[in-house]
Design a protein around this ligand. Structure first.
Ligand SMILES: *Cc1c(COP(=O)(O)O)cnc(C)c1O
Length: 381
């Protein structure tokens, strides 16, 4: 029944398969028996395999066991959950914070809790799929504004009538690596008495000394701003959070279905996140190394005439065609570099996406640049 459709995907160059590694997420990874330089991990600071993090995990397993056994609203939470929420509200400068089981669960749970059938949502056209799904589940009317186009958003605001409004946006766009115009979006939300929901999955631990996009842009949290973030990327762990006012967090605890009807994160995962937050705040060299590597790659690309919209450690090379993106990725694998092709429907315009990490060495970035020069000279880019 699905065989024919799978064949169609294959012909179009959009058939996907799962590739598993045999090593920790690191500077290199071993896939299918080959060791490759890893430019495909969101573990920006190398914390998922950090000895101090692993020690914290082991200690928490000894104290609390493996699974959490119930939803947070029953008996699933521990003192570690509470401590992490307190650390996150400090980090984000908010009154309160609450954990979710993943970024996907946060967005699909919180957006429908904040907007209902009698609300309107304004959503950037390049928002993450989990935000798109959250918007759909809310049953609100959704207006999609052009990427980072605050003027277009203002035009669409006119169609709101008297309905409650939520503006939703990625902070760092996960496939382009550019940053949302949050000063303008905050201003628009304030003027129009709307909520502003920011998905800071790729900003947390990366921007603003680790505090995220608001700190990076010199903006202060406001009661109408809701900051979502993940623990699964720069924090090297798993899970997500929403940091907001006391009342907003209380409302989410009472209405977000992905929080209420799902088993809590296990304590050892929480322990990893707590250790990661401490390390980011105390060891400035982690984020400094990440940005050095990022600037090295971005500068190197510019010097060989390859353009990218990136402002962050997410660096896409637009290839424009699914098959060519796949070819370019295979070419790089042949040179010992792992950077997967991102194809439709995950993106409208196919590309290779590199993520830089603090673990990369200068020679790794040089090797990537050499390979890209070669790929360009063969007409692959
Ligand atoms: C990764 C990501 C998510 C999903 O987070 P998970 O913890 O992986 O479920 C949500 N939003 C954005 C922008 C992301 O990049």
């Amino acid at each position: 029944m699905f065989g024919e459709r799978l064949r169609e995907l294959k012909e179009r160059g959009t058939l996907r398969s799962i590739r598993d590694r045999c090593t920790p997420q690191g500077r290199t990874i071993e896939i299918d028996g080959r060791t490759l330089l890893n430019f495909a991990s969101n573990d920006y600071l190398g914390l998922s395999d950090h000895p101090a993090v692993k020690r914290a995990v082991t200690a928490a397993v000894e104290q609390y066991g493996a699974g959490s056994g119930a939803s947070r609203l029953l008996s699933g939470g521990t003192a570690l959950h509470r401590r992490l929420e307190a650390r996150i509200s400090d980090l984000k400068g908010t009154e309160a914070a609450v954990l979710f089981n993943s970024g996907y669960a946060a967005n699909t749970g919180a957006v429908p809790a904040l907007a209902g059938p009698d609300s309107v949502i304004f959503s950037d056209e390049l928002n993450h799929a989990s935000l798109i799904d959250g918007c759909r589940l809310s049953k609100a009317e959704v207006f999609i504004y052009r990427h980072r186009d605050v003027g277009h958003l203002a035009d669409l605001m006119g169609r709101r009538g008297k309905r409650k409004a939520v503006i939703v946006t990625d902070s760092v766009f996960s496939m382009d690596g550019d940053i949302a115009p949050l000063a303008e979006l905050m201003e628009a939300a304030s003027v129009h008495e709307a909520l502003l929901y920011i998905d800071d999955a790729h900003g947390t631990g990366v921007l603003g000394s680790g505090r995220g996009v608001l700190s990076h842009l010199g903006l202060s949290p406001q009661p109408f701003v809701i900051q979502m973030g993940t623990l699964s990327k720069a924090l090297g762990s798993y899970g997500a959070f929403i940091a907001a006012s006391e009342d907003t967090v209380g409302w989410l605890i009472n209405t977000a279905r992905t929080l209420i009807y799902s088993t809590a994160l296990p304590a050892h995962v929480i322990a990893a996140s707590i250790e990661a937050v401490e390390m980011i705040l105390t060891d400035r060299s982690l984020i400094a190394r990440l940005w050095n590597n990022r600037d090295l790659l971005a500068g190197g690309l510019a010097s060989i005439g390859i353009k990218t919209p990136s402002e962050t450690p997410i660096i896409p090379l637009i290839v424009g065609d699914d098959r060519r993106a796949l070819e370019a990725s295979r070419f790089l694998a042949g040179r010992g570099i792992y950077a997967p092709a991102i194809r439709r429907p995950a993106v409208k315009v196919p590309r290779i996406r590199f993520t830089v990490s603090a673990l990369h060495q200068e020679e790794d970035i040089q090797r990537l640049l050499e390979a890209l020069k070669e790929a360009r000279d063969c007409g692959l880019l």
